[in-house]
Design a protein around this ligand. Structure first.
Ligand code: ZN
Length: 434
């Protein structure tokens, strides 16, 4: 039986859903124009007035917003409410420049929790579950965001935050965690640490579901995690600018449902800004329809994805974004060819002898880009003396070349020598930027 958090909204016919979006969009445009000097100026500069937006299609008249806008107006220049209406801040540390600050009204926190509660219900997580949250608590949205959503969905929350891995595993066993929420990298780290201590996730814990995200990960990595732990691993999506973790796949693991009564999704050609045809790959653009403190209009998330409005097997009518391989920001250009770290991961995880940890290193030697991938062998392949190192390196290089279309040097390194991560893993070292 399929359960819904709010069947009336989640199964609303698409034409009704679009009417709801249209009405909310018109209200939103008026609201931001009246409450935020930033948006008023941005709209005036683009020559668009709130009354120009009468239908859903009129959204394309509105100017885009970017992460840069949040940085340029640091800390709260894009906010639409005074501080006394806010109940919380989150801050994301930028690798470059100023961090971005996100503020929430009481209603914003409620909408965020509802979004996650719907998502968790769609993967069968709720009242009977103990959810261990291994996302960092604090300025990062992962921990607290998931916490409120899981409580709303009825779970018993075990707020371990990230780190202290031995204790995580001990509590997981003692308190019977059935759901783990963390980055896929951190789950891999936990699996490895448990194995070293002689503990099997499959036999010695009650874990049945992983709610994994905050970094891109591949279908092949999912298979690895599911096979080695016996859990069902679900992808989660959201960014701090939109609130934090907001959406997951449903039980069918075929795209992430975006709640269309709360968010308006477009997919555009990143170069021209024009919408791509339905089902085509493009850059994700999201408008927040119900946020009060920091609404975002046509925000360029930067993820490359495909939007799917077909009704899902689960009966939900809300559109799905297909698994995100990476952000436009993460894309490497090596000898003129676009390479996503997620593509490299897909290839590596499809080769049984290759372990889960890898590092991509890009250098420029004599004006030429050189890409190297460091890998570790799995324990099984390592103990099997028959695996020839040279052969494996050649096999991996050939597989990478066939997918990426560039020559890649593959280097097998000692087991355990690549960095492990308790949060978002760093998988690329680009020496060309230094
Ligand atoms: Zn579904």
């Amino acid at each position: 039986m399929i359960e819904y958090w709010n069947p009336q909204i989640e199964r609303m016919p698409v034409d009704e859903l679009k009417k709801v979006q249209e009405q909310k969009l018109c209200q939103l445009v008026k609201y931001v124009y009246e409450h935020s000097p930033f948006y008023k100026k941005r709209f005036d500069d683009a020559g668009v007035k709130p009354e120009d937006v009468k239908t859903l299609d009129d959204v394309t008249k509105l100017p885009f917003t970017f992460k840069k806008d949040l940085r340029d107006t640091y800390p709260t220049g894009m906010f639409c409410v005074p501080n006394n209406k806010l109940v919380r801040f989150h801050v994301s540390s930028g690798t470059t420049g100023k961090p971005t600050v996100v503020g929430y009204t009481d209603n914003d926190i409620k909408a965020w929790s509802t979004s996650l509660a719907r998502a968790l219900t769609s993967i069968g997580v709720g009242r009977d579950d103990v959810m261990q949250i291994g996302y960092g608590y604090g300025l990062f949205t992962g921990g607290l965001g998931m916490h409120y959503g899981a409580e709303e969905a009825g779970c018993t929350v075990l707020p371990t935050s990230s780190g202290n891995t031995e204790r995580q595993i001990e509590l997981m066993q003692d308190l019977g965690s059935t759901v783990i929420a963390c980055t896929p990298s951190y789950l891999l780290f936990m699996i490895e640490a448990a194995r070293d201590a002689g503990i099997s996730f499959q036999d010695d814990t009650k874990l049945r579901v992983g709610v994994l995200g905050a970094e891109p990960w591949s279908e092949e990595m999912r298979k690895r995690i599911e096979d080695s732990t016996g859990i069902k691993a679900y992808d989660i999506f959201g960014t701090s600018e939109l609130s934090g973790p907001l959406f997951t796949e449903c039980q069918y693991q075929n795209g992430i449902h975006i709640w269309a009564d709360q968010f308006l999704v477009e997919v555009i050609d990143p170069d021209t800004g024009e919408p791509v045809a339905n089902g085509e790959r493009g850059e994700l653009v999201i408008t927040t329809l119900v946020k009060e403190a920091l609404p975002l209009i046509r925000y360029r998330i930067g993820d490359i994805t495909v939007l799917n409005w077909d009704e899902c097997e689960c009966g939900r009518t809300h559109p799905r974004i297909m698994r995100v391989l990476g952000r436009a920001d993460d894309m490497l250009i090596v000898r003129g060819i676009n390479v996503f770290p997620g593509q490299v991961e897909s290839v590596l995880m499809d080769i049984p002898e290759v372990g889960e940890h890898f590092m991509i290193i890009v250098d420029r030697v004599n004006e030429l880009d050189i890409m190297k991938v460091q890998i570790e062998m799995t324990d099984a392949a390592f103990s099997d003396k028959v695996t020839d190192i040279m052969d494996l390196e050649k096999k991996v290089a050939a597989a990478l070349k066939s997918v990426l279309n560039i020559a890649v040097k593959v280097e097998l390194v000692e087991h355990g020598s690549l960095p492990r991560s308790m949060g978002k893993a760093k998988k690329v070292i680009d020496n060309r930027k230094i």
